[in-house]
Design a protein around this ligand. Structure first.
Ligand code: MG
Length: 250
């Protein structure tokens, strides 16, 4: 079961975020504010992953090919506009390894993927941002980061910047666990504790998504906010005819 939702927020007139819910692939892309046509860039990123929805089994190479296609398409926008558009990417593809289900996660920028399992919320992706570098260097605390003037500056993006390699991770798709993909419009407004509370309420994905989006807008809505929630409902035994484990919409 899965759902997606988005809101422009209370400050911006254009929603430059995009999402894709097309099992076995789920994605959030955040078009770069301050660049031209971020909405187009994030939509191209989402569209580049659409071919994966037709595959019975996604391979890591399929995800790499989708990222390469997104980079080509967004880079091609640069000639159309006076400044280069860009986009973040956070994607989760359900893959089988030795008959077991996993999430293959890819991240470029400061959109995030979290997992909720056994009541514990874990941020799996690591932000590619100026703030994260300052935290890693021990120069500021996580609390100080929330109010830092450069908190929206990313160090990697699709398009816009040259250093746009993705980080990949592979995590078990545990039945009963929940995956959250979101743009920084969510995690810059809500604390991990607030996110954990809403994700743990036991509501269906569509209701959970709506509550998260509403909470981020109510907390300030300084940026576009986009959320995808996926519940892992089945086990993935060796028989791959039982795919896809993420289940149907709702
Ligand atoms: Mg944003």
């Amino acid at each position: 079961m899965y759902a997606a939702g988005s809101h422009p927020g209370r400050v911006r007139t254009v929603n430059e975020d995009s999402s894709l819910v097309a099992p076995p692939v789920f994605l959030v892309a955040d078009g770069m504010g301050g660049y031209a046509r971020g909405d187009v860039a994030s939509r191209l990123v989402a569209e580049s992953f659409e071919p994966l929805a037709a595959l019975s089994t996604v391979q890591p190479g399929d995800v790499e090919a989708a990222i390469a296609a997104a980079q080509r398409r967004v880079a091609a926008l640069a000639s159309e506009f006076t400044s280069a558009p860009g986009s973040t990417l956070v994607a989760a593809a359900y893959v089988l390894e030795d008959g077991r289900g996993y999430w293959l996660l890819a991240n470029i920028g400061d959109s995030r993927v979290y997992s909720l399992a056994d009541g514990v919320l874990e941020q799996i992706s690591k932000d590619h941002s100026v703030i994260q570098e300052l935290i890693d260097a021990g120069q500021i605390s996580r609390d100080e980061a929330l109010a830092h003037p450069e908190r929206h500056v990313v160090t990697r993006a699709i398009g816009a910047l040259t250093d746009s390699e993705a980080d990949f991770s592979l995590v078990p798709a545990v039945p009963g666990s929940r995956l959250l993909l979101c743009s920084d419009g969510l995690h810059s407004e809500l604390s991990d504790t607030a996110i954990l509370h809403i994700l743990s309420e036991g509501t269906a994905p569509d209701r959970t998504v709506a509550t998260l989006v509403e909470a981020a807008v109510a907390a300030g809505g300084h940026d576009n906010v986009t959320v995808v929630v996926v519940d892992v409902v089945g086990v993935a035994p060796a028989d791959e005819n039982t795919l896809p484990s993420p289940g149907g919409p709702g």
